[in-house]
Design a protein around this ligand. Structure first.
Ligand code: NZQ
Ligand code: ZN
Length: 405
């Protein structure tokens, strides 16, 4: 096991009605006194699933009034229109608004895109320099006091609610880049599984696979030996397969919905990363596909994972065989060689992706000849992971993309 330090400062309240029950106490605890509160959200789903109304009603009861009808008191500053795969430009617009409106607490309501954008706004709005250049590009230490930020989750996927990661796309340089600073962990996360009931089926599939991917990206990383974090990961992966099947069969199954929502957080609150190097090469490859084509994150990962794992299977054979046995229930007795067992585990993963109804090829992801012609440039732009069983070259990344065609 690698040496590690672990912390997760986010205070989580999980369950039906949690916003109405706990938001007020978090506002009293974290909002900077005398200043306004910004609520950030996306394209409007929050207004259909009750989360927006719940937040505004609690803030109203604390004396915050909505933009436009503000009197002497403090205001709710609305920042809607945070798109999926949030752009650097939109983040900067949010930061300018937060500075202009003297915001002392930011609440992101939505999925990973909204949460990431709001977390980044909280950093940029309190920073005199260019946060993208200094933190996302150069990775400098974050020493300034950022604006307090909390989140209300409406879609389980990224685990952004319990980590310090925020992913932004610089649409000019075509770089999609994540950074994880403990300072960026939300101060609080309110997780009401009822909000997730309005998610389209497509997002349930994509989000669930993103969670599965986060677990695999950590599980399949050095060191190869046994580790309690990997034991937990196997349980989370088995549970996710079970809960996805139940939620797909009955979208109103609140137990399955709640389990998926909390699994997203358990995959990303850094517990399963303890003692591990973390790979995230599949994520790096997907992020650049997304930077160039704006494809869906979970769907892009579904296309890439099996092909990537067939490339590195021999470099982490022990763990791939354990995955086949402990996640997919395959028996070593049925295979002559460990390689065969390991590859059968990857086949089981590919079968599950098909069963979920996710794309398995770039064409199914919506790529045409125009996008195909970009693949060499996209491959060249990918970050190479240092935590992988074996580091890829840009040439091999292009091979993987081509195999996914
Ligand atoms: O825009 P709205 O109206 O909110 O609709 C969203 C969006 O269209 C919709 N949605 C969310 N909750 C809903 C709902 N629709 C109906 N009912 C609900 N309850 O779902 C769509 C997708 O939302 P989005 O936030 O984009 O999805 P996701 O949570 O998958 O986030 C993706 C972004 O997070 C980044 C990805 O790269 C991508 O930019 N990631 C962030 C990570 C992190 N912070 O740790 C790690 C991940 O690996 C990932 O890279
Ligand atoms: Zn992800």
């Amino acid at each position: 096991m690698k040496d590690f330090s672990w912390e997760c400062r986010t205070k989580v309240r999980f369950g039906q009605g949690c916003v109405r029950e706990y938001l007020a106490e978090f506002v009293k605890e974290f909002a900077l006194p005398g200043r306004n509160i910004m609520i950030g959200y996306g394209g409007g789903s929050v207004k259909r699933n009750g989360s927006y109304d719940d937040v505004v009603s609690v803030l109203g009861s604390l004396g915050y009034s909505r933009d436009g009808d503000a009197g002497e008191g403090r205001m709710i500053v609305e920042f809607p229109g945070i798109m999926s795969n949030p752009t650097l430009r939109r983040m900067k617009e949010g930061a300018e608004l937060a500075s202009l409106m003297d915001v002392g607490l930011i609440i992101g309501i939505g999925g990973g895109s909204v949460m990431d954008c709001c977390k980044a706004i909280s950093v940029q709005a309190a920073y005199p320099g260019d946060a993208w250049e200094d933190f996302w590009m150069k990775g400098l230490p974050m020493k300034h006091d950022i604006i307090p930020c909390g989140v209300v989750v409406t879609m389980p996927a990224t685990g952004s609610e319990v980590n310090g990661c925020a992913v932004l796309t610089n649409e000019e340089t075509k770089i999609k880049c994540d950074r994880d600073y403990p300072e960026m962990n939300p101060l609080f996360a309110l997780m009401d599984p009822v909000y997730t009931l309005s998610m389209p089926e497509r997002q349930l599939k994509a989000g669930t696979f993103d969670i599965f991917s986060h677990i695999m990206e950590t599980y399949f990383s050095r060191p190869l030996g046994d580790n309690p974090a990997d034991d937990v990961s196997e349980g989370l992966m088995r549970g996710l397969v079970r809960d996805f099947r139940k939620a797909a069969a009955d979208p109103e199954d609140m137990t399955a919905r709640s389990n998926i929502m909390w699994t997203a957080s358990l995959a990303e609150n850094r517990i399963i990363k303890t003692g591990k190097s973390k790979d995230f090469q599949a994520h790096n490859m997907e992020h650049q596909l997304s930077a160039y084509t704006d494809c869906n994150h979970g769907e892009g990962l579904a296309v890439l994972h099996p092909a990537y794992y067939r490339h590195i299977c021999g470099d982490g054979l022990y763990k791939f065989a354990r995955f086949a046995e402990n996640v997919w229930g395959l028996s070593p007795d049925d295979y002559e060689e460990t390689d065969d067992l390991a590859l059968a585990g990857i086949d089981a993963l590919a079968d599950f992706i098909k069963e979920m109804g996710l794309p398995s090829t770039l064409r199914e992801l919506g790529f045409g000849n125009e996008e195909r012609a970009l693949l060499p440039e996209i491959a060249e732009s990918c970050f190479i992971s240092e935590g992988a069983f074996r580091q890829l070259t840009h040439e091999e990344i292009l091979e993987i993309y081509e195999e996914c065609w």
